[in-house]
Write a protein that binds this ligand. Sequence first.
Ligand SMILES: Cc1cc2nc3c(=O)[nH]c(=O)nc-3n(C[C@H](O)[C@H](O)[C@H](O)COP(=O)(O)O)c2cc1C
Length: 412
Amino acid sequence: MKAPVFSRRRRVLADAFNVEQYRQSARKVLPSGIFDYLDGGSEDEVTLRRNRTVFDSWALMPSWGPVSGPDTSTTLLGKATALPLTLTPTGATRLFHPDGELAVAAAADLARVPYGLAGLSTVPMETIAEQHPNLDRWFNFGLTSDDQVLKKKLARCEAAGFHTLIVGVDTRALGGRERDLRNGFTAPPALTLSTIADIARRPSWWVNFLMSEGISFPNLSAEGSAASSVVTPTMWQHILGHSEASSGWKELVALRQAWHGKIVLKGCVNPADVAKASGIGIDAVQLSNHGGRQLDHMLSPMDVLKESRQRVGASIEIYVDSGIRRGSDIVKALALGADACSIGRAYLYGLVAAGSPGVGRIIEIFSDELRRTMTLVGVSSIPELKARGGEILRDIRHSPEVLEATAASSMH
Ligand SMILES: Cc1cc2nc3c(=O)[nH]c(=O)nc-3n(C[C@H](O)[C@H](O)[C@H](O)COP(=O)(O)O)c2cc1C
């Protein structure tokens, strides 16, 4: 007989065995407005929902034969990693847990997977570097047409050992996050009648939040100090609404010339953009619709993965994010031509529910599910999975059974 476990954190770590259970646990911990900010998408959330259902469009077709391992290790941008998985940038992580980005970095370091720190992160990049010198550190870099600012920002990344820059291209305007509008969401949370009511419902989150240092964004400035002051709700709106609409390929080419480290272009789903990125010497493209948080009705990365790979061959690495929740999602993406998958919300659920060990447990869940799926499918390594992808995956979008099921559900 197992003894009962009274701490929610220890209970979830002991009992939860999939990402959805961590999501449910996070829902119980966070004030509802903050959970909606984490979990929600834009406008009608068509893209958010599609990010999950799209994975049902492909079915796995195992082949029988011996399997060894399987070995999930691989190489991303020339560095060995334990899994074809990266933790992708999510801003303002200390809103979700007082240890914020440091807790995520610790788990990624332990699991030997890369971690992309957001430009809007709440812990200085230098602190992450000091505490995790062996972590494969990536940074979400904002383009600029000012040469001097560019030089200073690059020098800061270089000095802190963030050798891979992730350039986001899907925030030319802020997505219409209607849950946030309905909730009157601000960060840091402002004291209103509804937040006071919320304190009664989620006291432990509020105690942690009020007792910890104020939220600030120390990685926005080139020098690392100017933006360290606490950000007011108005400034937050400004930062979130800050559009990169005026930057484009010209600034990206300038960045390529100025930076000898790696560059990942994140946030496109257009195979023509992937080809163009490859043509100017970008090292990887992360196909993404920002987890359904930006342009609603946008394609899923899975819709364009095969075509993207066909356009660029092996000239560039391709990653996929948006909706990755299962090890089998990784198997499907790699079979269609990806080199790795990236997770956003999944690790945040782990962080909210159980801090750094929760993030570690989420990575472990992906690792276990990936291993199990590879074994059942009949592949022993990541190179084998990529090479034999066409044999183990069937596109079932147009199969008679799927068409029949779709027709039946549309009649209800
Ligand atoms: C709370 C939250 C904050 C995010 N902040 C950023 C950010 O600062 N920069 C960025 O490029 N993407 C950001 N994203 C998008 C993620 O990098 C990623 O594209 C997305 O979360 C992937 O979808 P998934 O959450 O379904 O895994 C954020 C996502 C979430 C959920």
